[in-house]
Design a protein. Structure first.
Lengths: 413, 130
């Protein structure tokens, strides 16, 4: 894999072919839905295309040249991810289908082996469904109890309540690093230290953090981290579970099949070593290559530069949105959040906002954003959400605000 | 076929001036439906005549423009029909009336009301009792 030359934020927009298109005749695209999925730079698209044109073969099996090449590319992607999140060893980097599968893997292996009836699992009210439902399933099966760190009106975790929950000796604290609705960036490092002192393990849903700012698993000192490739400029169909080696080694396998075994007899099997123990069947090879290219691309710009850019843009967006009469933005102020602005407009349903904005080329999400309990918390059936990434610009925000005035005009306000 | 603007005007008219909005005392049937994904909800109150045809209808609801406009449009579609006839109604009739181009990305919103009314016939067919 060739090293990409350093590039600046200002140059990067041209790297994304889709951002050059018109979404309706004469209407250029303003993509403000990166929290749902990020767009892909040419570098990623080309890497996957090249893989299928030149190197496609199955991995870890063949003796022939292509099989070796495919395996080398697949494993190089793992190395890139290892360094990207500063994991101690490549054995700790498990490729899954997405962040959801990574969390399910932990719930179904570590959880089923460890959690007993009455054990406490602490989650938060701001979780994405992917960090709620797997634990609800585990609780239904084992009789575990679930408790939730409340979200304050300002959209932050109630840490005093968290301390009270810790006194009840939970086995696990599972929380998002950054809310996909409020944008709140949670103090994961401090939370992990407290949780460990109380004897709990810590799982972090990094689906919204890993793409947007530097995440170092050793510095955070957590136990599991889950994230998805497609939210970080990589392809869909691949995600990552990072876990502490000692924990992963003690966990039973997740799915059974090829690749995850060392030896199979008719009635039993021996599991493969890490990380293959958790990667049953032919993996998403081209997608891993794409993820590796995405990491390389993000590193060529620099995660700090990306975070800085998004921070400034979010501050601008909140300022502009709040000047629109009737708009309410949810979550903490710009300095405490990532590039997400969930909002409502008085008297107009979020779906109607999104549909009218779409006519003006502006893509936002409307609904519950896979966080129904959080919407319940704020008594909202739904919200509209604009979200930003490295390629988003102040001009995008201006088009959003112009569009909102069109919405108001249509609904006679 | 209506133009896009005509469709929008038609939808906004039904949204802002809904037909048969309210409740019915002594309703024979009360049907509730919702799209949990977006918070659209409708409740229909139906009174049936001696031939089991809809003699009167009223609805309440909350949600986006398309779901609530469709809920209003549907009331005129069902008056005088039996539950079996309602269950057999083609949703395309409604979609054409609302303007297919405008509602094509919002089918769940557009069909919530009609599907709620069609559900009146389902429990009996499934033998679960009304």
């Amino acid at each position: 894999m060739s090293e990409l030359p350093h590039r600046t934020i200002a140059q990067c927009r041209a790297d994304f072919p889709i951002l050059q298109r018109e979404v309706h005749p004469g209407v250029p695209l303003v993509y403000l839905d990166s929290t749902a999925t990020a767009q892909k730079p040419e570098h990623v698209i080309a890497a996957m295309d090249r893989y299928y044109r030149r190197s496609n073969a199955n991995v870890h099996r063949g003796i022939h040249a292509l099989a070796e090449e495919a395996t080398a590319l697949y494993e190089a992607a793992r190395d890139r991810v290892q360094h990207f999140i500063n994991a101690r060893t490549r054995k700790e980097v498990i490729f899954t289908r997405n962040a959801s599968e990574a969390i399910n893997l932990v719930a179904q292996t570590w959880g089923r082996r460890t959690i007993r009836s009455g054990d406490l699992i602490v989650l938060t009210e701001m979780e994405h469904h992917s960090n709620l439902v797997p634990w609800q399933m585990l609780a239904a099966e084992t009789g575990a109890r679930l408790e939730f760190i409340p979200v304050t009106d300002a959209g932050e975790l109630d840490l005093a309540e968290f301390e009270r929950l810790l006194a009840r000796a939970p086995k696990l604290v599972a929380l998002t690093h950054m809310s996909n609705v409020l944008g709140t960036i949670n103090p994961v490092r401090a939370i992990a230290a407290q949780a460990h002192a109380a004897g709990a393990l810590v799982l972090v849903d990094g689906a919204q953090s890993v793409p947007h700012f530097a995440v170092d698993v050793q510095a955070l000192d957590v136990d599991f981290l889950a994230f998805s490739s497609h939210k970080m400029c990589g392809p869909t169909g691949i995600g990552v579970l990072w876990g502490r080696q000692s924990l992963l080694e003690a966990m039973p396998p997740f799915l059974g099949g090829g690749d995850m075994i060392k030896r199979v007899y008719l009635r039993e099997f021996k599991t493969a070593d890490l990380p293959y123990k958790f990667e049953a069947g032919t993996p998403a090879i081209a997608e891993a290559v794409g993820l590796g290219a995405a990491v390389e691309y993000l590193e060529s710009i620099g995660l700090d530069a990306i975070a800085q850019h998004e921070h400034a843009l979010t501050a601008y967006a909140l300022e502009r949105l709040e000047e629109v009469p009737g708009v309410t933005v949810y979550g903490p102020p710009a300095e405490k959040k990532g590039g997400v602005a969930a909002f409502t407009l008085d008297g107009v349903h979020p779906h109607d906002i999104a549909q009218v904005l779409d006519r003006h080329g502006v893509a936002v999400r409307a609904g519950h954003h896979c966080a129904m309990p959080l919407h319940d918390r704020f008594n909202l059936p739904a919200s509209a959400r604009a979200s930003f990434y490295l390629y988003s610009t102040p001009a995008d925000v201006d088009r959003l605000v112009d569009g909102l005035y069109q919405v108001k005009k249509l609904f006679g306000e | 076929m209506p133009t896009r603007q005509e469709s929008i005007d038609f939808i906004l008219d039904h949204y802002e001036h809904p037909r048969h909005r309210g409740t019915l005392d002594h309703a024979d049937l009360v049907l509730r439906g919702g799209n949990p994904g977006c918070g659209d909800v409708v409740t229909y109150y139906l009174r049936l005549d001696g031939d089991a045809r809809v003699a009167d209808v009223a609805f309440e609801g909350e949600g986006c423009t398309i779901s609530q406009a469709a809920a209003s449009v549907v009331t005129d579609l069902i008056l005088g029909r039996t539950l079996a006839e309602i269950a057999a109604l083609d949703q395309n009739t409604l979609l054409e009336q609302l303007g297919r181009e405008v509602v094509s990305t919002r089918l769940r919103c557009a069909t919530l009301a009609l599907n709620t009314l069609k559900s009146a016939e389902q429990p009996r067919r499934a033998g679960l009792g009304a």
